[in-house]
Design a protein around this ligand. Structure first.
Ligand code: BTN
Length: 313
């Protein structure tokens, strides 16, 4: 209740009535929340006012920001883990439902695409993995990767006002520097997806000093771009809503509307690009993406599609 009315006093009597609990029980719950890092001001005849939320991610604040019905509703928050991808993989094998979300304050072995490491320091960013159980063939997995990029890009705009663009297939950039990376890992049986793990890493509240020297010229953070700290809980809630809405759209209407949204947000389309691929450097004019999420290039009248690689802008 106090989270939903920021800055306002709510009397102990009002809270006890609305929750059908005694005034003593209200006082005990307030103290429990204080132990969890919340700060309240208590003024006689006015009531309680929330002054400060805990700096750490906590389930109460997070749940209050979630507007999604399924995504993020099964939630695990960890102080530290090797990789949230591994945590979700274990839960998936134990039968966890679609929409299960694991978030960590810190990852000691954060993973990126193409076997790279992903820098995930404590308390500064959003390092999370979401379990999806699409009833689709394995070949659809790249479409879900692009869907996730669109969802995060839209969520960042809604929650912070910051505009980012998508570099194929799914890096989010601001002014050419990386703000978010997405890693979609799939487990399949007989060419059908058993489950997918959508790993999302958002550079939220880092400052330049938080990054090792070698990353400083290629990354940025939402705080560095907007000049203010981002409320990580609000942004996570927004990502869950966008992902859930686009996932439903995808299930109802297929990949075509997602591809249009992706192209509109892309910084790779309608320009000359060079890619590092497993077969070496490839250059061409990027005209769009195909139905499998591959990047369509044109060079000297020849048209071809690339499925994996790293775009140099
Ligand atoms: C990339 O930039 O290549 C993808 C980075 C994906 C990072 C996220 S952070 C949460 C999840 N856990 C990981 O180990 N990786 C993903």
């Amino acid at each position: 209740m106090l989270l939903q009315h920021p800055g306002e006093y709510i009397s102990g009597e009002e809270i006890s009535k609305r929750l059908s609990i005694s005034r003593t029980a209200v006082w005990k719950q307030i103290n429990k929340l204080r132990d969890a890092g919340y700060e309240f001001e208590a003024v006689s005849r006015k009531g309680y006012r929330l002054v400060q939320k805990p700096a750490r991610l906590d389930p109460i604040t997070l749940m209050s920001t979630m507007k999604s019905n399924i995504f993020g509703r099964h939630l695990k928050i960890l102080e530290v883990t090797t990789s949230t991808q591994e945590e979700v993989r274990k839960l998936a094998e134990e039968g966890a439902p679609e929409g299960t979300l694991v978030i960590a304050e810190e990852q000691t072995g954060g993973r990126g695409r193409l076997g790279r490491k992903f820098f995930s320091p404590r308390g500064k960013g959003i390092w999370m993995s979401l379990l999806l159980r699409p009833d689709q063939p394995l070949s659809c997995a790249p479409q879900l990767t692009l869907l996730a990029a669109v969802a995060v890009c839209r969520a960042i705009k809604t929650a912070t006002g910051v505009e980012s663009g998508i570099k194929w297939p799914n890096d989010l950039l601001i002014g050419g520097r990386k703000i978010c990376g997405i890693l979609l890992e799939s487990v399949a049986e007989d060419e059908r997806l058993r489950y997918c793990i959508a790993g999302i890493g958002i550079n939220a509240n880092m400052t330049e000093e938080d990054y090792p020297e070698e990353l400083r010229s290629i990354v940025t953070s939402l705080q560095m771009e907007s000049g203010q700290a981002v409320d990580r809980s609000v942004l996570i809630g927004s990502v869950m809503s966008e992902l859930e809405q686009l996932y439903r759209l995808y299930q109802e209407e297929g990949f075509s509307p997602i591809a249009h949204l992706w192209e509109a947000l892309s910084v790779t389309i309608n320009r000359e690009v060079t890619l590092h691929t497993s077969r070496g450097m490839v250059t061409g004019y990027a005209t769009g993406i195909d139905e499998n999420g591959g990047l369509i290039l044109e060079n000297g009248g020849e048209k071809f599609t690339i499925f994996s690689g790293d775009v140099q802008l």
